[in-house]
Design a protein around this ligand. Sequence first.
Ligand code: FES
Ligand SMILES: [Fe+2]
Length: 367
Amino acid sequence: MDQTAPLALSSPAQGGDEFLWGFWYPVLRSNQISGRRLVTSTRLDVPLVLGRNVAAKAFALRDVCPHRAFPLSLGRYDGQTVECSYHGWRFDAHSGQCSLVPSVTEHSKLQCDRIYAGSFPCAERDGYVWAYFDNPEGRSPAACPPPAPELPKYTGRYRIVHLSATLACSMDTAIIGLMDPAHGPFVHRSWWWRSRRSIREKQKSFEPIPQGFRMSPHTPSTNSAPYKLLKVYGAAVTTQIDFVLPNMRTEEVRCGKYWFTNRTTITPIRRDLCQLDFCAAWNLFSWFPLAAPLLHFFGKRFIAQDQRVIELQKPGLTVQPRMMLIDDADRQARWYFQLKSAYLASQRNGAPMQHPLPGPVTLRWRS
Ligand code: FES
Ligand SMILES: [Fe+2]
C-alpha cells in the first residue's frame, strides 16, 4: 500500500465510516437511569429507550414500536412491560416480546407472542450501561454475546472518574484522532501537559492482539508532565496502550503496587456525530483528596482541545474528505482502517478475520 497516498475515509473498501456490528458499545452512564423512568439515547443511528426492571436490571429496546413505529419511550412502564401509547400494545422490557394487543378479540388468530420489539442485550460495567449491537433492528444475536468490556483494576480499593464529550465528526475521524501521536505537542500544548519544545524522537514497539494492536509495555516518555508525578513512588513506571475494535483505547500504567488505567471509547451516535467516553481508575495518591477533581478538571480541558480541532476541521473535510496518512506517525490510523476492513470482510464471508499485522513492528516518530 502506498504510504503517502491520500486515503478517502468514506471509501467502502477501507470500511470508511461504516458502523461495526457485533460489539458492545456504551450507551448511557448507569446513574442516568433509575426507578421506572424511561430514558432515550441514540447509538449507531439506532433510537433506543432504556430503563430498569423491578430488580434494577437495565434494558435497552429499540425506541420504535413494531406496530406503527411510534416511540415506545412515550409509553407507560410498570417495571416489567412497556406499553405503547398509540394502540396500547405491551412488550416485555428485556426480551421485547409482545404480551398484549388490546384490540384483538377472543376469535382472533393473531399470536401476539410472536411479535417482538427490537431489543439489545445490556450489561453494566465501570458505571456505564453497555448494549450489544448485533444488528440495527435489535433482533436477538445468533450466539451469546461475549462479556462486556471492563477497565482493568488491580486492587479492591480505587478511585474512578468519568468524562464525556460529543464530537461533531464521523467515528473514523474521531478514532484516528485518538491514535495520532503527532498532534500532542501542538493541540495539547499547555504547562500541565506538553510544551512545543518537548518534541523528541520516539521509538515504540507494537504487537498484534486479537482485533487490535498493542504498544508494548515500555517506560513512558518523560516529556509529559503527569508521568513525572509518578517519580515520587521511586519504582519503575511502565505503560502499555491497546487499541481494539470497534472503538477502544485502553492504557495501563503500573508503578510497583500502584496502578492507573484508563479507557477511551468513541461511539457513533449518527454518521456525523460521536460520543467520547473516558473513564480512569487508579490507586495512586489515595492520600490526596483532590486527585479525582484535578483529573476531572484537566481531563475536561484536554478533551475540549480535541473537540475544538474537530470543529475547526469540519468545513475543510466537507470540501476535502480525503486525508493523508503518512509514515510511522500515522501508521496506527492506517492499521485501524486495515483492521476495520478485515473485520467487515470476515463478517461478509464468514471466514476468520485476517489480522493486518503480521507480527511485532517498531515505529519511529517525533512528538
Ligand atoms: S404503534 Fe405502538 S401499538 Fe400501535
Ligand atoms: Fe488529542
